[in-house]
Every structure is written in C-alpha cells, then in structure tokens.
Design a binder for this molecule. Structure first.
Ligand code: AMP
Ligand code: MG
Length: 415
C-alpha cells in the first residue's frame, strides 16, 4: 500500500522539459563538496588550484642581462669603435660582480647580475676583444637589462583558485618558489550502468545481449575532466539492485552518474526510483540528442541520470555534466578543465534542426583559409558511438531552426 502511494509521489520541485541553460542552473545549485589536498609540484599537472598562489620572490629577483655580451655605461658607447677596459666577468649565479666605472666594461652572460655602475648591454656579436680591452661596434641597449620585479613582485597572485595547473602554470609556481601546491581533491564519481541486455566486453554474449560501453565511455569522460571515476558492476533492470547500488555509491562517492533507464519505458527504473525514493530536480532537457536525462539527489548525493544511448550520454556529459564538474571544482571559463571550445563555423552543407529542441548534430570542423568550416556525414543515430569518433564537433542549432549551406552557426569544437 505504502509502495503504491510512493509510486505517485513526485518531487514538488521537479521541473520537466527544461532548456540546457536551465538544467545547468539547477544542477549548479547542488555542487559537489570541494576539498583540498597538498601535492608535490611534479605530480600536480592538470590539477585545479584550491587557493590563490602568491609569489615568494620578485621575478626577476635582480636586474640581469637578457644577452651574452658586455655590461657598460651607455654614455661611454655613443660612438662606434669606443674602446673600453675589461674589469671582469659576471656570470649567472656568480656571487661577486665587479663594479663598472667610466670607460670600463664587464663581460656578462644571459641571466647574470648587472654590475653596479653599468646601465646598458652590448651584444657579444657587436664587439671585438684584444689584450684586456674591448672595442664596441654596435649599440649599447638599456632594454637588454631585465629589471628586478618587472614580471612579478613578491606577494603577487598570478595563479588563482580554480586555475588549472597547465605546464606553464607549473613552471610559474616553481618560479615563485613553491615545491608543493594545494589542489582540489579529485571528486570521486560513481558510474553505474543499468540494463538487462548489457554484457561487459570480453565476456560471451548471450542471445539479444550487447556489449556494454557507456560505463567505460563515461568513466573516460570523468577522468578527462580531472575527476576519479568509480565504475560499479552492471545493474540488471531491478529496482532492488539499483537501490543497493545507489546507496553504496552515495556512501562512498561525491556524485553518481547512471546510464540508461531514464526514458518513458516500463523498465526505465532509474527515473522510477529517483522519482519515488530520491529527489528529482529536473527530468528531460529540450535537446537532441540527449533529451531524457534527469538530475537530482540520492541521500544528499548529486545524481545525473544519463540516457542509455551512447551518443546521448556522451553529448549530455559534454554539455551538462562537464561544466558542472568544472564549476564544482571552483573552475570556470577558459582556465579550467573543459571538453569543448565554442566556435563559429560555416556549414558546407545544410543541417536540419529539431522542433522545440537545441539540435546538436555531429559535425567535422576544420580550418579553411581564414575561417572554420564544417561538414557532416549521415551517421547521426544516437545509438551510433562511431559518429562521435568520426566527427570532432557538435552543432548548436537553436530550437526550430535549420541551417542552409554557407550559413555560419555556433558549434562546439570537441577535444
Ligand atoms: P535506455 O536508456 O535504457 O532505454 O537505453 C537506450 C539504448 O541504449 C538501448 O538501445 C540500450 O540497449 C542502450 N544502452 C543502454 N545502456 C547502455 C550501455 N551501458 N552501453 C551501451 N548501450 C547501452
Ligand atoms: Mg534500458
């Protein structure tokens, strides 16, 4: 009796058939918890900074030479052919540096400290040495001196919380004196595949069963976003097994992604159990492919119910789950992890849109002259994962619009 009643208990706050923007807005209200961990710099590539990183030093630390050559007084080198007395050498790392007085020059290497008294550098190519003196045959340039602090001063915070540690950011962190960094702990995300027909690859197939692919694909997407997937055993179309899997995932993971079972069918048990026993925030997005997803919580843990069709689950992950993971990790915009760049492309053939839905057809984007152009093959079924491999982009055709040959449209360039 209680069970029958439960079956009709819809979450009061559930929204149905939302736009992608609204879906993101709703999901972003329920982020994953953001925690930190400390990592040695050489294990931090690709990770997200937990807090701003400030410089422990000025960069450059002292005035130094940008060239191999001679540190001189500019005033001594007004005429070509000036002859200066050599007073010594300043090399990178040398503790003692000679003074440069009037009529004098000090041999200097790139990165070496500028001797007191010198205010310009002559390149070695513009000089000739002979017995303790040097003839200056080219210009003495003040611009060849790299000034203390011209890049950064101590306390500056050029790397911000949420920035991804790219190779250049790693280099900058080291330049600033950090050997360890505080990064966002990788969220652990459960990936659960649901369906009686599914058999793990590598195992014998029975009549009418298929190889399961989504939990592998979704786990790979999760990894690419800098999170840690936890792929669980496949779940049969059984409410009890699914409940157990969701309970376990909610215990040990920061978020849950399911695949399959969210449409209108009798066996769409992810949708059923989430409606009856979980808390659904939205169901269905006005997009194609990938219309059926849901988002909500199971015992407080965020859950994305992705469609079973492999293309749909990849597309929904790319446009919804990936930005949500980025935001949860405190990372937004071009400095954070992402699956795609938004670009403008000129279609070289017509594209059919979808009534009432954002239409994301798979397209092949390439540079042609000054602009990006795109074509598409006819392989567009949402069950055909090969179409995602064979193309490198998705059209962003607004609802109810078609695109003519030669028209320029918004698209996602996937990487
Ligand atoms: P569903 O969303 O469960 O109705 O599934 C839609 C389609 O996706 C069906 O053709 C399923 O066989 C297929 N499918 C569901 N889950 C997976 C999976 N994990 N791997 C590959 N195909 C799947
Ligand atoms: Mg199914």
């Amino acid at each position: 009796m209680g069970r029958t009643l439960q079956l009709h208990r819809f979450s009061t706050s559930m929204e149905k058939g939302v736009t992608l923007e609204r879906a993101l807005e709703i999901a972003n209200h329920i982020p994953m918890e953001r925690n930190s961990e400390s990592l040695p710099l050489d294990r931090a590539t690709g990770r997200i900074l937990f807090e701003d990183l400030s410089s422990l030093v000025d960069d450059p630390r002292f005035d130094n030479s940008a060239m191999d050559g001679w540190a001189v007084r500019e005033a001594d080198c007004q005429e070509t052919g000036a002859v200066l007395r050599i007073v010594g050498t300043s090399q990178a790392g040398s503790a003692e540096v000679p003074l440069v007085g009037e009529g004098e020059a000090c041999s200097i290497m790139t990165g070496a400290p500028i001797p007191e008294g010198a205010d310009a550098i002559v390149m070695v190519e513009d000089s000739a040495t002979h017995d303790g003196s040097v003839t200056i045959n080219g210009p003495a340039r003040t611009g060849f001196i790299r000034k203390r602090g011209e890049n950064l001063t101590e306390g500056d915070r050029p790397l911000k919380s949420g920035n991804m540690l790219t190779p250049s950011a790693i280099s900058l962190a080291a330049t600033m004196g950090h050997d360890t960094v505080s990064v966002v702990r990788q969220p652990s995300i459960a990936v659960i595949g649901v369906g009686d027909e599914l058999t793990p690859p590598g195992e014998p197939l029975s009549e009418n069963s298929i190889y399961e692919s989504n939990t592998f694909g979704i786990s790979s997407l999760v990894k690419k976003m800098g999170a840690a997937p936890r792929r669980s055993e496949l779940i049969r179309d059984s409410i009890d097994d699914l409940r157990e899997a969701l309970d376990e995932a909610a215990e040990c993971c920061d978020a849950i992604i399911t695949s399959g079972g969210v449409s209108m069918g009798k066996w769409d048990i992810v949708r059923q159990i989430m409606e009856d026993e979980g808390d659904v925030k939205f169901w269905r997005i006005m997009m194609r492919p990938g219309g059926p997803p849901l988002f909500g919580t199971w015992k407080g843990t965020p859950v994305f119910g992705l469609p079973g069709n492999p293309v749909s689950s990849h597309v929904v992950f790319t446009v919804l789950v990936a930005p949500w993971i980025s935001k949860s990790m405190g990372s937004e915009g071009p400095q954070g992890p992402s699956m795609a760049n938004r670009v403008r492309v000129t279609m070289q053939e017509p594209l059919r849109g979808a009534p009432g839905k954002l239409c994301m057809r798979r397209i092949s984007i390439r540079q042609e002259g000054e602009s990006l152009v795109a074509t598409t093959s006819t392989h567009q079924g949402s069950g055909n994962i090969h179409s995602m491999v064979a193309h490198n982009g998705l059209s962003l055709l607004p609802p109810d619009t078609n695109c003519e040959e030669g028209e320029t449209i918004d698209a996602l360039w996937l990487f």
